[in-house]
Design a protein around this ligand. Structure first.
Ligand code: SF4
Length: 91
């Protein structure tokens, strides 16, 4: 089971809750969980094939010419180098 905050179908309303866009339900992002079968990873660095976790919530991005630090929770919708990791990553 995965948290809604990591699902691509989650649309935030405020800092606590949001809408499960697949079903139209209001959910709590950090508490409510979505079935693995329905989970679609959000566009975040931690789900990118170029992200290598190094410590809690931090890692190394190798998607560009020079490697640099990246936060696991960084939104990646606008990253030109984002590629969804082939292997499912447990958040
Ligand atoms: S390539 Fe973009 S999305 Fe992927 S880890 Fe680097 S900064 Fe994040």
């Amino acid at each position: 089971m995965c948290k809604y905050r990591d699902c691509d179908f989650y649309i935030p309303i405020d800092v606590v809750k949001g809408i499960d866009h697949a079903h139209g339900d209001v959910v709590v992002m950090g508490d409510d969980e979505i079935d693995d079968a329905e989970f679609v990873p959000a566009h975040k660095c931690k789900f990118c094939s170029h992200y290598q976790a190094s410590e809690k919530n931090m890692g190394i991005c190798s998607g560009f010419e020079t490697e640099y630090w990246a936060f696991a929770e960084n939104g990646a919708c606008n990253c030109e180098a984002f590629e969804m990791a082939a292997e499912a990553i447990k958040a």
